[in-house]
Design a binder for this molecule. Sequence first.
Ligand SMILES: Cc1cc2nc3c(=O)[nH]c(=O)nc-3n(C[C@H](O)[C@H](O)[C@H](O)COP(=O)(O)OP(=O)(O)OC[C@H]3O[C@@H](n4cnc5c(N)ncnc54)[C@H](O)[C@@H]3O)c2cc1C
Length: 398
Amino acid sequence: MADTSVTKIDFDNTEIAFSYKSDKELKRTHQLFSIMNSGWLVELGSLLTPLVLKLRLPLVKPLIKATIFKQFVGGENLLDTQNVISLLRRYNTLTILDYGAEAKSEESELDAVVEEFISAIEMAASNESVPIISTKITGLADNDLLIKMQSDKELTATEQSDKEKLLVRLDKICKRAYELGVGVMIDAEESWMQITIDALVDDMMEKYNKDKVIVYNTFQLYRKDKYDFLVQSHQRAQQRNYLLGAKLVRGAYMDKERNEAGHYGLPVVINETKTLTDREYNKALEYCTDNYLDISVVCASHNTESTRLFAQMIIDRGIAKNHPHLNFSQLYGMSDNLTFNLAKAGFNVAKYVPYGPLTDVVPYLIRRAQENKAVASDMSRELSYISKEIKRRRSLDA
Ligand SMILES: Cc1cc2nc3c(=O)[nH]c(=O)nc-3n(C[C@H](O)[C@H](O)[C@H](O)COP(=O)(O)OP(=O)(O)OC[C@H]3O[C@@H](n4cnc5c(N)ncnc54)[C@H](O)[C@@H]3O)c2cc1C
């Protein structure tokens, strides 16, 4: 008989969510999220932090490292991430390593990023808790080149040579991942470079996803056209005889898309409302679950409703909860109530663990702080769960 226990997953169970944190750690996390709850402090911090880091003022780096960096980042290098990987493993949670390479352009920097991704793949191959690493095409080429590649404009000779280098870099990463059987997820970016990225990722999937899903594309369901694109990507994979890797996200660049698409001569592709985005996202989850034999899907979301729905769909179809093609993922430092309750219930769940030198991960940290600002005067979702757990532990002591 099918296991119908999913309806019993209690995503409000903070005891399971935070059992990996001591009382002291939980209090520190509470302080951090209380600070991030304040809208004006986050705005001020977002503006000042890059400047202050440039000025190399004493104590700033240690302060950031002991607080927001510790909460959301696995460490400054690959070796540092071992502690976090081991901690997560103790709670049946996998790790997706995410080297924080944002918008590089110098040749030597781009080559160094490739080497860093390869080191992560090699480390993942020797650690079964790390089945996948995350990569960004924006870390392998200049953004201007990616934008130009999808425009009608002809590339100059230098750009053509840079494009060739990009193809070599990407292939080197995917090939090594293929040789070692490690998954590679490729992030989705703004629409003015996403056509370039989709074409490159399709080629890599065709080359390396013959027997097992190695390469994953990312589908942003806040876009009106991405559900159809998911179906087309699946059809293409069927016609050309490879498996599809699909990381499903809502999308991180909504305001930028609305404000800047016109600048690139593009229409705004974002759904008009959040409800429409939620509908598209859940539809995509359903499509992938119905086709799970030839699509490996990752529900990369902090949305409780979508997470519950996906879990329920797996159960309703009588598929094993830990089927390798059905995966959940949340960012390290966020939504522990989803991650650890899913893991406890026996689903495949992984934390996205970013790592990298502090100055390189600052843009990532600013995005996390912005996300955790209070909505109107309410507490952020994370802060209310942490507060609930502190109260629960206090009531036990009383
Ligand atoms: C593991 C992981 C990997 C990720 N990788 C990527 C990536 O490669 N590329 C990327 O772009 N993002 C990525 N993200 C971020 C993701 O796209 C979302 O921004 C973030 O997860 C918030 O969405 P949610 O599903 O968690 O939940 P929710 O909080 O329910 O949704 C918020 C999202 O809904 C959408 N939305 C909000 N308001 C509206 C509105 N008025 N109209 C239309 N849509 C609206 C936006 O996309 C917003 O981010 C990743 C997230 C995770 C957890």
